[in-house]
Design a protein around this ligand. Structure first.
Ligand code: GLA
Length: 409
């Protein structure tokens, strides 16, 4: 192995971070750097791949309230970056990135076990979101002459796939790759689940590349026409999850336009230019500089119904082709994340509902303590004929990719 040893690198600067997850992180590293600990509790159950270099550790992530077993898998690249993903909600749980001096820190919100993800503090942290992410107006749509009614779990609208059977709350089947640092999660959502038509079979693959990218590939097929809009709902704080707010992060969005919404965040149908508003991130801006404030709506230079940023931006360039959507930088640590996607839109959500809940290793996630950049089709597309279509038909394959590229400067 040419990369740094995660445990060695982590031990000094971040002693508590790994307390609970240390075993899972230690997977590949034992031969590389440390004598095996005497205590085997929490050791990975198994590894896949040939020999050490491609081994992907699997560990227990706890039982759901319904008694289902869940697992967590650890991906590591040659530079020491680590991503952990769980079968619960096909969720990204941890992501360890180096700063400009090489110090690794976990940059996403999450919990230490499945009980945390099932608890009240979980606001879609890191999950695979769907069947249709974002909002559907009043939880209603008509397709092929039939009206469908969905959960209105974000009164008065449907949000992120609905209730208990939203994709984020289901246990997916995992298949670790034998030769790359990748895990594929699969799930079939039966016809009528959460009110959606069609048996929908999905695959979500997380790959951690040696080019310091986390790539997420989505695929789905159906036996009945149905809307599909999948995204990942990771909350990022490039200074480290639970280390303060994201207000000093610098954001660039490759978007000339956004979808204007009503007060319940449902698109009016108008595509508006970002020019001369607080939504203009075509050049890098510090997030805290112009954050739209609901209370200050009268004076803000951008009409907003939100408590901050919670807007869908129309990514410049051709949907269906990979292009830069967003660049995020934490000036203090130097960590940079670029997001490339083939999706038409990206939701920038500034963590406006975070409520100081306790997450991994006892860290607290304050108001605006992390942000989401969710690549997606536009919200409520199923009710807007002129938006790019989210309807998947039998015989067609839904296929989309988002790549997060990490560096430090
Ligand atoms: C999305 C929405 C937000 C909020 C969060 C989850 O990003 O756009 O309004 O619902 O998810 O809390």
């Amino acid at each position: 192995r040419t990369g740094v040893c995660i445990i060695c690198a982590m031990q000094t600067p971040f002693p508590t971070l790994f307390k609970t997850a240390a075993a899972a992180a230690s997977i590949l590293i034992m031969n590389a750097c440390a004598p095996a600990p005497e205590d085997n509790a929490g050791q990975p159950e198994s590894e896949t791949g040939d020999g050490d270099s491609n081994a992907i550790a699997k560990a227990d992530f706890g039982e759901t309230k319904a008694g289902e077993a869940t697992e967590i898998y650890t991906l590591t690249n040659k530079n020491g970056l680590v991503a952990k993903v769980t079968t619960y909600g096909a969720t990204l749980v941890e992501l360890h990135l180096p700063d400009k001096d090489g110090n690794l820190v976990d940059v996403i919100n999450g919990f230490d076990n499945v009980a945390g993800y099932e608890g009240d503090g979980n606001q879609y942290f890191g999950c695979t979101t769907g069947r249709v992410c974002n909002r559907i107006a009043k939880g209603k749509f008509t397709l092929d002459g039939e009206e469908y009614t969905l959960a209105t779990n974000n009164d008065p609208n449907h949000l992120h796939g609905g209730g208990d059977k939203a994709l984020s709350k289901q246990v997916w089947k995992a298949e670790p790759s034998a030769d790359t640092q990748a895990v594929t999660f699969s799930l079939t959502s039966p016809d009528g689940e959460e009110g959606y038509p069609g048996n929908l079979s999905m695959k979500v693959t997380y790959t951690l590349t040696d080019e310091n990218e986390l790539r997420i590939d989505y695929e789905a097929t159906t036996d009945k026409a149905t809307p599909v809009n999948l995204t990942n709902h990771a909350y990022f704080n490039l200074g480290g999850a639970g280390s303060g707010t994201i207000l000093s992060h610098e954001l660039t969005l490759n978007a000339d336009n956004y979808t204007a919404t009503d007060d319940t965040l449902i698109p009016t149908g108008k595509i508006e230019p970002v020019a001369d508003t607080a939504l203009d991130f075509r050049k890098a801006h510090v997030i805290g500089e112009r954050i739209p404030d609901k209370e200050a709506k009268e004076t803000a230079d951008c009409e907003t119904s939100t408590l901050g940023y919670d807007h869908n931006f129309v990514v410049n360039g051709e949907a269906g082709t990979m292009r830069l959507a967003a660049r995020l930088k934490d000036p203090a640590s130097g960590r940079v994340m670029e997001i490339h996607t083939d999706q038409p839109g990206i939701q920038f959500y500034s963590g406006n509902f975070l409520m100081e809940q306790e997450g991994k290793g006892g860290k607290k996630y304050p108001f605006r303590g992390a942000l989401c950049l969710e690549t997606q089709h536009f919200p409520d597309s199923v009710n807007h004929e002129d938006f790019p279509s989210t309807i998947l038909k039998p015989g067609d394959t839904y296929s989309t990719t988002t790549v997060h590229r990490f560096s430090a400067e």
